[in-house]
Ligand binder design. Structure first.
Ligand SMILES: CCCCCCCCC/C=C/C(=O)SCCNC(=O)CCNC(=O)[C@H](O)C(C)(C)COP(=O)(O)OP(=O)(O)OC[C@H]1O[C@@H](n2cnc3c(N)ncnc32)[C@H](O)[C@@H]1OP(=O)(O)O
Ligand SMILES: NC(=O)C1=CN([C@@H]2O[C@H](COP(=O)(O)OP(=O)(O)OC[C@H]3O[C@@H](n4cnc5c(N)ncnc54)[C@H](OP(=O)(O)O)[C@@H]3O)[C@@H](O)[C@H]2O)C=CC1
Length: 297
């Protein structure tokens, strides 16, 4: 489904900061927030990528009523001063902050025993440290100014199941998910909500280059383990993200919603039996019934 879900203007008057908003899923979600009337600050390390994305997004969604504007600011989410600068510049330009989408990440596929200490640290620092630094900084701003803001963290399904070959990412996403739930309990009294989304595979250059490089791409079909037999569409994720950052989800907090075509369900022990043919099932049925009869005699 490639259509926007929320009504026109559903995010009008809101300002949302999107980390990693210049590429991939962050850019797609930003586009939809802009279409719904929000002002969006996109931030990440590369100013040139952000500037190009901001121009493209404004050309596509540009509105004349002053809403739906983009601000592009360089920021490494591992650096608290740069985060505080994003907050100050966003308030300066748009007057307020209502939502924070922690979407920035680093990841690559590798056997864990091949990783240096630095390789482990670089992923955990971007994904976990970056998420809690940004959440802490924006949370303090909201509490001091009595603003009822909303945080949305982009997680993964393996934050809950674990996964080999992406261990630093799994450790970091798992930590960020527990932070989401913990702070949802603690900051509910301020009217601050925190939720997460666990996406299955949604094709992006950033993820595909680092998780399915050749020759892995030839060995793995990302859709083969998915009950719905397809990858996700960016708009499907954007719809869910917009809902969770909007007031329509005002009673939802501490939740992680999986959007993966059923991929995580494939842990079920018999799910791979779809390879068994109908004729084989006839034989299996007769064999079981015979065993049933034998057990009664
Ligand atoms: C089935 C379908 C399911 C499909 C289901 C898909 C679910 C996926 C879920 C999650 C997906 C994602 O997060 S996808 C997000 C992908 N996007 C990104 O990663 C974007 C940002 N990434 C980056 O900038 C880079 O990739 C990253 C390495 C993280 C950071 O770059 P830096 O320049 O800061 O760091 P570098 O100096 O290059 O590298 C730091 C150290 O890491 C090591 N290093 C780097 N790459 C390495 C590698 N491949 N193997 C070993 N080690 C590596 C280097 O040697 C360095 O260690 P020393 O040698 O000791 O110095
Ligand atoms: N695509 C998929 O199938 C899935 C993706 N996800 C998650 O979705 C999110 C987006 O991933 P995706 O769009 O695929 O990949 P991208 O590589 O396009 O997005 C990652 C973004 O993070 C930014 N980033 C990386 N390091 C830093 C840093 N230190 N400070 C600030 N920003 C940083 C990058 O920008 P820059 O280099 O300019 O800093 C980039 O814009 C991630 O959280 C990922 O884990 C989860 C499950 C599946």
């Amino acid at each position: 489904m490639n259509q926007g879900m929320l009504r026109e203007g559903a995010l009008q008057g809101k300002t949302i900061i999107v980390t990693g908003g210049g590429t991939g899923l962050g850019k797609s979600m930003s586009r939809y927030f802009l279409q719904l009337g929000a002002n969006v600050t996109i931030c990440s390390r590369r100013q040139n990528v952000l500037d190009e994305a901001a121009k493209e997004l404004m050309d596509e969604t540009g509105r004349s009523d002053g809403s739906g504007q983009v601000l592009a600011l360089a920021c490494d989410v591992r650096n608290p001063q740069e985060i505080e600068n994003v907050i100050a510049e966003t308030v300066n330009r748009f007057g307020r902050i209502d939502g924070l989408l922690n979407n920035s990440a680093g990841n690559f596929i590798s056997p864990t025993e091949r990783l240096s200490y630095k390789a482990f640290d670089v992923i955990v620092d971007i994904v976990l440290r970056g998420t809690y630094y940004f959440t802490l900084a924006v949370g303090k701003h909201w509490i001091e100014n009595q603003i009822k803001g909303t945080v949305l963290n982009i997680s993964t399904t393996y934050a809950q199941t674990g996964s080999g070959y992406v261990v630093p990412s799994a450790v970091a996403k798992g930590g960020a998910l527990i932070m989401t739930k913990s702070l949802a309990a603690e900051w509910g009294k301020y009217g601050i909500r925190l939720n997460a989304i666990a996406p299955g595979p949604f094709p992006t250059k950033g993820a595909w280059d680092r998780l399915f490089p050749e020759p892995l791409m030839k060995l793995m079909d990302p859709t083969s383990r998915i009950p719905l037999k397809r990858v996700g569409e960016h708009q499907e994720l954007a719809n869910l993200a917009a809902y969770l950052l909007s007031d329509f989800s005002g009673f939802v907090t501490g939740e992680c919603i999986t959007i993966d075509g059923g991929e995580v369900l494939m842990a079920g022990e018999f799910n791979h039996l779809e390879q068994v043919s109908s004729e084989m099932w006839d034989v299996i049925e007769q064999t079981i019934k015979q065993a049933n009869r034998a057990s009664k005699s």
